[in-house]
Design a protein around this ligand. Structure first.
Ligand code: SF4
Ligand code: SF4
Ligand code: SF4
Length: 253
C-alpha cells in the first residue's frame, strides 16, 4: 500500500503548533509504517517536493512571499489543513491589524528597507481550505483524531459548540458566574476540554468563534462586570479579531 504523503509548512508563527506535532512523537512512531512525513523542515533535513496527500499549514499570512508559498502548497496538496489559530484566523499576529502597519514594523525592526509586511490573515483569505484545527496551540487530541479519521476515509469530528458545553460536561466551577472573571468560553469553539476554566482561569478565546455565537451579549456582560472598552476589545481581537463573529463583539461597544 502506498503511504499517504504528509507535508507541514510554516508561515508567520511562533512554531508552537509544529512543536505540538513533534510532541506526538510516540503516536507518530506508531504511524511510521503508515504515513510518509515527506516535508517537515522543523523536524528533518531531507524534505521531498510535492505532490502531497495532506498539507498542514501553520501560521498567518503576513507578506507577499507567504502568499506565493501558500498558493504553491495548495497546488501541491490534495487536502489542505489550517493548523492552529494563526492559520485559521490570523491568530496572535493579527493583533497588529488595528494599528498603522508602519508603526508596528518600527517597533520590531531597526531597518525597514527590506520589510514589506501586510495585515495578518488566516490562510483561507487566499486559498480554499479543507479543514481547520483551531487553538493556540492546536489540540494534540484533535490532531490525532483528524489524522486517524482522514487515514480511514472518515469525516473528522470537529466540535462546533462553545467551550461552555465542555466546561459543563467537566463539572467545572464557572469562573464567570462564581468569580466574575471575563470568560470568552460562551463564544469560543470547544475542543480543548475547557482547559483554562478547568484550572480556574477564564477562557481567553484562543480557539476562535464557535458556531452561531452571541458576541454582542457577551460584550454587554463584560461591560456589566466593569470592564472598560479597550479591555473588551483586546479580548475579542487577541486571536480571531479578523472574524466577523468576534468583530461583532467590538461593534457592540
Ligand atoms: S496558533 Fe499559537 S501556538 Fe500555533 S503557531 Fe500560532 S501563535 Fe504559535
Ligand atoms: S467558566 Fe467560562 S467556559 Fe466555563 S461555563 Fe463559565 S463562562 Fe462557560
Ligand atoms: S479554554 Fe479557551 S483559551 Fe483556554 S485553551 Fe480552551 S479555547 Fe483556548
Amino acid at each position: 500500500m502506498t503511504q499517504p504523503k504528509i507535508a507541514i509548512f510554516k508561515l508567520s508563527s511562533c512554531a508552537g503548533c509544529q512543536l505540538e506535532v513533534l510532541n506526538l512523537e510516540p503516536y507518530l512512531l506508531q504511524l511510521a509504517g503508515v504515513l510518509d512525513i515527506s516535508y517537515f523542515v522543523m523536524a528533518k533535513r531531507d524534505n521531498a517536493p510535492g505532490p502531497y496527500d495532506i498539507g498542514f499549514v501553520e501560521g498567518a499570512v503576513t507578506c507577499g512571499e507567504e502568499i506565493a508559498k501558500l498558493k504553491r502548497a495548495r497546488k501541491d496538496c490534495k487536502v489542505l489543513v489550517a493548523l492552529g489559530s494563526c492559520a485559521c484566523y490570523g491568530g496572535i499576529p493579527s493583533m497588529k491589524n488595528w494599528e498603522p502597519q508602519r508603526e508596528v514594523e518600527k517597533r520590531v525592526y531597526e531597518d525597514l528597507s527590506a520589510i514589506e509586511s501586510t495585515k495578518a490573515f488566516g490562510i483561507d483569505q487566499y486559498v480554499p481550505v479543507d479543514a481547520y484545527l483551531k487553538g493556540c496551540p492546536v489540540s494534540k487530541e484533535e490532531l490525532v483524531n483528524f489524522i486517524k479519521s482522514t487515514l480511514l476515509g472518515m469525516r473528522p469530528y470537529l466540535r462546533p459548540h462553545s467551550v461552555c458545553v465542555e466546561c459543563k460536561l467537566g463539572e467545572n466551577v464557572c469562573v464567570f458566574l462564581s468569580h466574575r472573571e471575563p470568560c470568552m468560553g460562551p463564544v469560543t469553539t470547544a475542543g480543548c476540554g475547557a482547559l483554562c476554566p478547568a484550572r480556574g482561569k477564564a477562557c481567553d478565546g484562543c480557539r476562535g468563534p464557535a458556531n452561531d455565537p452571541n458576541p454582542v451579549s457577551l460584550a454587554e456582560a463584560f461591560k456589566e462586570l466593569g470592564l472598560h472598552r479597550p479591555d473588551i476589545i483586546r479580548r475579542f481581537r487577541k486571536y480571531a479579531g479578523a472574524t466577523l463573529e468576534f468583530e461583532k463583539g467590538v461593534e457592540a461597544l
